[in-house]
Design a protein around this ligand. Structure first.
Ligand SMILES: [Zn+2]
Length: 592
């Protein structure tokens, strides 16, 4: 018995599934998917086969042509769920499992019509990363097993289903139900299985890119993301031809817990990116870059998550630099620096979670989630790039993509590849300090620009009366204002807040990065005029990136602590399970 992934019951002495055939019937009333999955092995197999499940009701297990076979669910593990062991007879090529999902399946969020923009129909979306695919489908839920898949999704008439796959047809069943069919021909890790069902419309952005959203949002989404084809072209310049055929995007209702999720062929996005001025499209650059770093070359387990995220953050900023210049990239790195410092602070009593090569046996990967694999990882990638020079590093990247395409690798495999292709580089940048030591190495690369320095000096002069001039206030782009706000002292007075709001009109901002940074400052300052807007944002948006700092800042004062609890009581039924857990964790740190 060998378990190479601490977050899966997958046994590497058993065969890997090669392909899944899914039949999913979506029942909004029961908040349940009734599913059947056929696991194909691409050859004969027999003996025990261990699958991951969590909260699933297993109804039957069959081998086609053979009939029902023996199966057994193991004890419940709070992180891993339950092992489903099948006893597979001699000569088996595929097994079929019929099952139902639990109403509280972590991968699935069921929204009532009121929780959508249109308020006309319910909505369902999945989020399988980190290890939640097993709450939607019994499978070998580890990136070490890559699967192609086909799917038939049965939904109520009038609703549309999309998946991390290409559509292959649809038909009305005439009984108030409609079937959508999909094919994902390339092998993907299970965490990239994805499904959404709702009232959806699409707009084409280029011959290979399209955006989906609720009808109420689709025009705004098409405008905001109109530049995506240009981004795809720039990303191809870095990594080589786009490997997934189409790049479509889906804008979800506001409870989506992440900024984006790189589901192949169908990136999922938060509607908080619809700033109305295209100022937040760096998240699209990020998800797009995952098409190579993450989806094509994948971390072997969540212990090597930095291989996905570090490379992707580096690539996101590289794309922004090509599109918008050095200053824009430097501001991106500065915002990342803030996120990195916040995460180092968040884990100051658990420094073992600030290394890149993590040891997560017995640890829920959602609890270990932070900006560290993203930002510390990106700094290691940038350090390597600086060490060997841009051109040589780009050639290395192409080789890396070629060598590991459609595979899932460990940090050790990465290091040994770098050792061969860029001998001495890991030692020169002291990679060990990033991979295995907590905190940030002193030698980490810095990213500076004149504009960034100006913003920093000005913000740091706030306590001495330094204020931006009218000309600066009028000229700053959204990212410049955001970096300025991030660099301000964390403890402002209510009078400081009033000044900022008056001069920057912060309360009415549609750019959520700016709005939430401002509201966090205001909550820190116990600034009462901001309370209604804080309430409004926390009731509407479930993106964890915003909930964590806002609820955290509300924990600083007696009356804001009470406010936080009151808002959470009202908002939590509308939050995704992941978001609810994060907020509960923050509130527990600041008892009433
Ligand atoms: Zn990412």
């Amino acid at each position: 018995m060998q378990h190479p992934d601490p977050h899966s019951h997958y046994d590497s002495s058993q065969p890997k599934a090669r392909r899944l055939r899914l039949k999913l019937r979506v029942d909004f009333n029961a908040r349940r998917i009734d599913g059947e999955v056929v696991l194909e092995f691409g050859g004969m197999m027999s003996g025990p086969l261990d699958l991951d499940t969590k909260g699933l009701e297993i109804r039957s297990v069959q081998v086609p042509g053979h009939g029902p076979i023996r199966w057994e669910l193991g004890p419940v593990d709070p992180i891993l769920g339950q092992r489903l062991r099948l006893e597979v007879p001699e000569g088996t090529q595929e097994v079929a499992v019929a099952y139902g999902t639990a109403p509280d399946a972590m991968a699935l969020q069921w929204l009532s019509p009121e929780q959508t923009e249109g308020k006309a129909a319910p909505f369902l979306f999945s989020q399988c990363q980190q290890i939640h695919a097993r709450t939607m489908v019994p499978c070998q839920d580890t990136p070490l097993v890559r699967i192609a898949y086909t799917a038939e999704v049965n939904v109520p008439e009038g609703l549309t289903a999309v998946m991390s796959a290409g559509p292959t047809g649809q038909e009305a069943l005439g009984n108030g139900r409609h079937v959508f069919r999909f094919l994902m021909p390339q092998p993907i890790p299970s965490y990239l299985l994805a499904l959404a069902v709702g009232r959806l419309e699409a707009r084409d952005l280029s011959p290979r890119a399209r955006v989906w959203a609720e009808p109420e949002t689709v025009a705004a989404a098409a405008w905001e993301f109109a530049g995506v084809e240009e981004m795809i072209l720039k990303a191809e310049g870095l990594f080589g031809p786009y490997p997934w055929d189409r790049y479509d995007m889906l804008v979800l209702p506001p409870s989506f817990p992440y900024g984006g999720m790189e589901n192949p062929r169908m990136t999922f996005l938060t509607p908080t990116l619809l700033a109305g001025d295209r100022s937040l499209v760096d998240v699209v650059a990020h998800e797009l870059a995952h098409s190579w770093t993450g989806n094509l070359v994948t971390n072997a387990s969540m212990e090597h998550f930095w291989l996905n995220e570090g490379f992707t953050v580096w690539a996101e900023r590289r794309i922004l630099r090509i599109l918008h210049g050095d200053d824009a990239a430097a501001l991106g790195w500065a915002m990342g620096q803030k996120a990195l410092e916040d995460s180092l602070d968040q884990f100051k009593s658990e420094p073992q979670l600030t290394v890149l090569r993590m040891h997560l046996e017995g640890i829920d990967p959602d609890d270990a989630f932070s900006s560290i694999p993203y930002e510390k990882g990106a700094r290691l990638v940038a350090a390597l790039e600086r060490e060997v020079g841009e051109e040589r590093f780009l050639r290395f990247l192409r080789d890396y993509m070629d060598a590991f395409r459609f595979t899932s690798i460990t940090t050790e495999q990465f290091c040994s590849f770098v050792g061969t292709k860029l001998p001495g580089a890991l030692e020169a940048v002291n990679a060990k300090a990033y991979l295995d030591q907590p905190g940030m190495p002193d030698t980490a690369p810095e990213f500076r620009s004149v504009q960034l320095d100006t913003l920093t000096v000005l913000a740091e002069s706030w306590p001495d009366g330094g204020r931006p001039s009218a000309r600066q206030i009028a000229a700053w782009k959204p990212t410049e204002l955001l970096v300025y706000l991030q660099k301000l002292p964390r403890r402002l007075t209510p009078a400081d807040c009033a000044w900022l709001d008056e001069h920057f009109q912060l309360m009415g901002r549609g750019n959520y990065e700016i709005l939430v940074e401002w509201l966090t400052l205001a909550a820190n300052a116990d600034y009462e005029p901001a309370f209604p807007r804080i309430r409004e944002v926390l009731l509407r948006v479930g993106r964890m990136k915003y909930l964590r700092p806002l609820y955290g800042a509300l924990g600083q004062h007696g009356r804001t602590r009470a406010l936080a609890r009151e808002i959470f009581a009202a908002a939590s039924p509308g939050y995704h399970g992941l978001s609810r857990r994060v907020v509960q964790g923050v509130l527990d740190k600041n008892p009433a």
